[in-house]
Design a protein around this ligand. Structure first.
Ligand code: FMN
Length: 251
């Protein structure tokens, strides 16, 4: 009975149809080249195996929108033009389930770690909405350096970074993107009054704290419409703190 339900297609409110109800959630794989941030062959084969295994929805591990890293071997988006390996990764993620015509919907999770970027992966000082260090009794200081506050100009540049990363993912062949606004990373830091102590238009009220996230969603829509494809992007929440942009044919 349970298996029967899991095998049934599932129509999302944005009209994208998942071939079944099994989702491979985002899991940071750390399988990119340590210098270029390009996915490695091992990543391609891992996603092929997951797709062949029968997941109806595949969400990649967090992919970084710039050189600020969450962990070693993160994928980094550096261009809007996909390399061959990015195309292979998308194609492998959309491989049919073994022995069937069921093709998964595959989306890329885009993220920025903000203050949660360990010194072991980057000499860059982490950046955050405000200079509020990560404190977990016994581990905070050692894990992450105290962040530098982003200037207003730097915050205003973030939507373009996310939009470029989304354009890259879609041009490579993925179906859409999920914006990571949870787990204490940059966008979650903007949403929280604990980590966001800004006095400009990105801090203070709840409306101001969510402004960056909404500007990112808007920028992705605009950038993706600029792609020469007949697709439109429609925002739908998948889980609290995250948003999914999926494409729909004919718009
Ligand atoms: C190794 C590992 C890496 C993960 N990486 C991510 C990630 O990149 N992005 C994310 O949103 N969640 C990430 N998660 C969280 C998972 O997607 C999932 O939400 C979490 O494991 C809870 O699901 P579960 O109860 O089925 O394990 C990760 C989890 C694990 C175990």
């Amino acid at each position: 009975m349970t298996e029967e339900i899991l095998r049934k297609p599932f129509r999302l409110p944005c009209e994208v149809v998942l071939p079944n109800r099994i989702c491979k959630t985002a899991t940071s794989e750390h399988l990119a080249h340590p210098i270029t941030g390009e996915p490695l062959k091992a990543m391609v084969e891992l996603y092929r195996a997951w797709a062949e295994g029968g997941s109806g929805l595949i969400i990649t591990g967090n992919v970084m929108v710039d050189e600020h890293l969450e962990g070693p071997g993160n994928v980094i988006c550096r261009s809007t033009t996909p390399s061959a390996i990015w195309r292979e990764w998308a194609e492998a993620s959309k491989t049919c389930r073994k022995g069937s015509q069921e093709r998964p919907v595959a989306i890329v999770q885009l993220s920025h770690p903000g203050r949660q970027s360990p010194p072991s992966v980057s000499l860059r000082r982490p950046v955050a909405p405000s200079n509020v260090p990560f404190r977990l009794p016994g581990v905070g200081i050692q894990l992450f350096r105290s962040p530098r506050t982003l200037t207003t100009e730097e915050v205003k540049a973030l939507p373009t970074k996310f939009a470029n990363a989304a354009a890259l993912a879609v041009a490579a062949g993925f179906d859409g993107v999920q914006i990571h606004a949870a787990h204490g990373y940059l966008l979650s830091q903007f949403l929280s009054p604990h980590t966001n102590r800004r006095s400009d238009s990105y801090g203070g009220s709840a409306a101001n704290r969510r402004r960056l996230l909404l500007e990112i969603l808007a920028a992705i829509r605009i950038a993706s419409q600029l792609l020469v494809t007949p697709w439109a992007f429609i925002e739908r929440p998948l889980e609290p703190g995250a948003c999914c942009l999926s494409r729909r044919e004919g718009n």
